[in-house]
Design a protein around this ligand. Sequence first.
Ligand SMILES: Cc1cc2nc3c(=O)[nH]c(=O)nc-3n(C[C@H](O)[C@H](O)[C@H](O)COP(=O)(O)OP(=O)(O)OC[C@H]3O[C@@H](n4cnc5c(N)ncnc54)[C@H](O)[C@@H]3O)c2cc1C
Length: 438
Amino acid sequence: MNHNQLPIAIIGGGPVGLAAAAHLVNQNQPFVLFESGSRIGHNLLSWAHVRVFSPWKYNLDKVAVKLLQQQGWQTPDEDGLPTGASLVEDYLEPLSNLPQLKPYIVLNAKVVQINRKGLDKVKTKGREAQPFVIQVEQGEEQLTYEAKAVIDASGTWQNPNPLGTGGNFALGEQAHADHIFYGIPEVLGKNKARFANKNTLVVGGGHSAINSILDLRKLVSDYPETEIHWVLRKENLETVFGGKEKDSLAARGALGKRIEKLVRTGKVKVYTPFQITEIHTQANGRLQVVGQQQDALKALENIDQIICNTGARPDFSFLREIRYNTDAALESVPALAPLIDPNVHSCGTVRPHGEAELRQPEKDFYVVGSKSYGRAPTFLMATGYEQVRSIVAALVGNWEAARQVQLNLPETGVCSNNLTQKVTEPASEELLTQNGGC
Ligand SMILES: Cc1cc2nc3c(=O)[nH]c(=O)nc-3n(C[C@H](O)[C@H](O)[C@H](O)COP(=O)(O)OP(=O)(O)OC[C@H]3O[C@@H](n4cnc5c(N)ncnc54)[C@H](O)[C@@H]3O)c2cc1C
């Protein structure tokens, strides 16, 4: 088969992978989408009970909406806040079931290897003329597909960062894995027995940790013995509370206000900055969590459960034979790093970007969506939709459309560089300009 007649492969059936599929349909391009889970939106379903902070109007891709509306789909209330479950059931699944998409989506299909046909990473001669070969584990079978381009939208959520200081596992972390929940548990639902009347230590300083704590707090009225401890690595809690009333997403601002109140009233015991180094089992069977707080070694005693919300990191293992670059610190696409570096600023705004910034040394291979941000935690779906719009325009040769990137993101109303917190480096003039002085 002629290389150009091959489909474009998309890895991952999250919001960004499916938006890429919608844009390819819109351009009459053949595609195949591989999703490792048994349902579309597999990662969102692992936090199905969590309500997101951006309203529907920011969570929908415009071309996907156009295709859905052609089939009589009712747009959700644009100001409503969906849960992870609702994003899948009311948007992503209807999109994936459209007749233009459904036959080309392969579920239970985990991409395990990619290379240029007949060439390893080192070989240059004739490289761009060769199709990509994609190996996929589908149930018991290993299948091989060919594609003319690859869009990697596989996210980061399945590769959580560990608890330990320095980004490595704490001593004893793996041995105590059955006491540690990586992700956002359904504290008020199916995971209730695990946390009711228990001492839980939540680790992390982002929205996932805040969601975990707010749910644990709701458990206290029915289970008054429930205790909440919170460990953060941050020096300054103000960055965690965020922009509050200044945040242009009211729900995100409200999360900050609620957690601040719990902390100020002592309902949550906070240890910060605290670097976890060791986890032990006490004589009574409960956990002792040891770490460095300021200059002293401190032990948190009688912990029953730990919720690890320390972020996530990308998986590059299946890209071993692909030529790609990542930022040395963030593991993001390199050109994005100065715009999203949490050392410099914490706001969710980012300069509009598209194919040019996401281009990799391997022609026609792109990393998009939350994976394009690497370890940076501020990715928003709207960013990913603009990324894939631009990339698909480039793949069909419409370079003018590919270059005209536009992005209107809601601002957090706060950024590390306008707080009196310690940051490793001051923000440069250039960055302040690029981010509208965020
Ligand atoms: C709790 C929470 C709340 C959030 N709230 C918001 C919000 O309010 N607004 C907002 O804009 N953003 C929000 N985000 C951030 C972000 O938009 C989401 O994480 C979003 O799901 C990212 O989309 P994605 O398509 O890049 O990746 P994902 O949704 O993570 O999708 C990746 C997909 O790839 C699949 N996959 C992984 N590896 C493979 C493989 N090897 N082969 C095949 N398939 C694979 C996975 O199963 C998954 O379905 C939130 C994130 C979290 C965790």
